[in-house]
Design a protein around this ligand. Sequence first.
Ligand code: SAM
Length: 270
Amino acid sequence: MIVKDEDFYREYIRVWDDGAAADPPFITLGVEALLKDYYGDLLDAPPPFPVREGDTVLDLGCGWGRVLKPVMDRKANAVGFDISENMLGLAGRHLKKNGHTPALIRGDGTRLPFKDNTFDTVYSLLVLQHLSKENGKAILGEVLRVLKPGGTAYIRVPGRFAPENLLFSFLQFISIHIFRYNDPIRMRFYGVGEIKGLCKKLYSKCDIDAHEFRPPWNFHTKWTWHYIIVPKRFHKGLRRISDRIEEKANRGGWGFLKPFGVVLMVKAVK
Ligand SMILES: C[S@@+](CC[C@H](N)C(=O)[O-])C[C@H]1O[C@@H](n2cnc3c(N)ncnc32)[C@H](O)[C@@H]1O
């Protein structure tokens, strides 16, 4: 990883290690882990991409194994990769408890310890946003290198123009510039054109789907950690509205709505 100094690098890893020890669902999923009425139980959801039996799959930034488990349930040969020792410890226990023998490797996604053309699928969910854009680009390049020709990358990043993320950016700006809180895992948001542009330079084909068209209900700062603005009784109705908008934006010809999705899923083919 390209970092300003070694202290920053140690601090970056420490935040993930501490988060794994304190509250793994929240540090990996943020507010999504709390919105059970809206999402259902996300902690055992099917993988958000197709998985074929026998495929070699890399989960880059696997966290505590939330997605690795359903991927391994579908009999893929999956490798979990993460920068945090504690996260990998949790992933190992979670997968073994569910009858899997995981291959888990610790390292930095900007320098993957795998040979060229190794994987059929590489996915990296909600990792890039915690890195500088320079390091994000390095990860996209490494993912391309380790994919087999014709293999597919699925990269999930938060969208810049979703109302929730605009609120988050504003609060983050205040905490960094007014309160001088230098969060090592600060969020970087991506525009649809920006992430598409980066991928198009590297991959032969690149499509973006946008997900979650929910209101700005995440009052999330270091000091307001679990704060949700919209009362719970509205969550189910909002889910239905979001699903409808998602359908229109991704398949109904209303592509102009994509920039407002809370998360963007990139599907890129080598
Ligand atoms: C927000 S969590 C997402 C975890 C998982 N992908 C999920 O969706 O549940 C980000 C994860 O990426 C890992 N991570 C952050 N930077 C990384 C890097 N440079 N290389 C590998 N893993 C990294 C963190 O340790 C953490 O487990």
